[in-house]
Design a protein around this ligand. Sequence first.
Ligand SMILES: Cc1cc2nc3c(=O)[nH]c(=O)nc-3n(C[C@H](O)[C@H](O)[C@H](O)COP(=O)(O)OP(=O)(O)OC[C@H]3O[C@@H](n4cnc5c(N)ncnc54)[C@H](O)[C@@H]3O)c2cc1C
Length: 415
Amino acid sequence: MPAPGEQNIAVIGAGIVGISSALYLQRAGFAVTLIDRDEPGHGATFGNAAALAPHAFVPINSPSIPRRLLPLLFASGSPLSIDWGYAPRMLPWLLSFLSHCTPTEVTRIAQAMHALLSRNLDYALPLFRESGADRLMRGGGYLHLYESEAAYRASAGEVALYKRLADDVEEIDAAQIRRLEPNLAPVFVRALYFHSALHYLSTVDVCATLVKHFCAQGGRFLRDEVGTLEARADGRIRVAGTQESVYDQAVLAAGAQARRLFGGAVEKLPLETERGYHIMFGGQAGIISRTCSSATAGFAMTPMTAGLRCAGMVELAGLDKPPNPACHAYLDRTAKRFLPGITENPSSNWMGFRPSMPDALPVIGRSARTANIILAFGHQHVGMSSGCVTGAIVADIAAGRTPAIDITPFSPARF
Ligand SMILES: Cc1cc2nc3c(=O)[nH]c(=O)nc-3n(C[C@H](O)[C@H](O)[C@H](O)COP(=O)(O)OP(=O)(O)OC[C@H]3O[C@@H](n4cnc5c(N)ncnc54)[C@H](O)[C@@H]3O)c2cc1C
């Protein structure tokens, strides 16, 4: 294969994964074109809970899920919901998801994600500093809150994993929670306080800043919707939307929408979406100082430049259905229960698509069908905390170098 300096490469998708990949590929010497149908950072990267959380390695595939799944799906006011019309299409993914809910699997997944997440800051901070995006990040840690001793005991498995793998975790009581976050309702009895987490003050502005830096360094951002990825006889990749070009390699980093490009040059993989929601309270940016999440409510709140963001929910309903207002109403009710000082209506709301594999691990590696296409998607609940390290891995793969992290657990060939 020619040296990186003699190759051009297309990155499809300008979310946190694609932007980080483009920047690390550029650093490796490739001529990079970053393509998105939208402005940078307008997919799942736009609307998440904005936590950069190195500790977020425990998957949602909890061993208790098989027992709790039906009650969760049928309960009104639950953070999990399914569109029953879409359920038959989801069934193979759901069955595979359940098969990864054993204690052994959860430990394996947590260890693999810990390897990825614990290295992310090593690759994120240089990008943030050199582009100027570091001014849009804040420290202060992350509080994971429990409403009762029973809820804490019920989470014994995840707490044990946090204590075993996270080197920044402190267990704190109700009085310590109140000292850190005096505006929280006194409903929390315990919390895990992860000291090294950061949060984004604006996810979309971080992306715009990174892409501006990428373009200033000679990168090209192309606004187009890619409809075709095709392997040519000479091994090069034809990338076609309203415009088309041929590249030496291509990176598919299109988040949950990547699956619309499966079936030709890219093998079909079990990529689904867990739809998530947020609401903003524009005047409440100062009501808390760090990301606060509830262990049971499927809910996190983060103070951002534009106000307080309350994000969460998992809705299994595919890519095409419109947002469900009941999910925004749940977030509004829950925010006001945890922060009684909020009395106003949300100033804006959003729905987006987490890209999720059934084993809660992303796909990072060369396509089994077309070696010159690198796959980088499926970061589900933790892409803002693992996107930058993924970008560095993508650049290593493209340049034929061995990545700093064992990527076997993320292989596309595991399915
Ligand atoms: C409610 C919610 C809360 C979350 N909270 C957190 C959190 O606090 N911390 C955390 O680490 N993670 C969080 N996440 C997860 C995180 O947002 C995602 O894992 C991450 O944003 C995925 O990034 P991505 O780059 O893979 O995908 P995306 O951000 O979705 O980017 C994909 C891009 O590809 C583009 N695209 C798609 N198809 C095409 C095409 N054919 N042609 C051209 N462009 C295309 C899209 O326009 C989009 O810009 C949360 C997610 C949600 C929904």
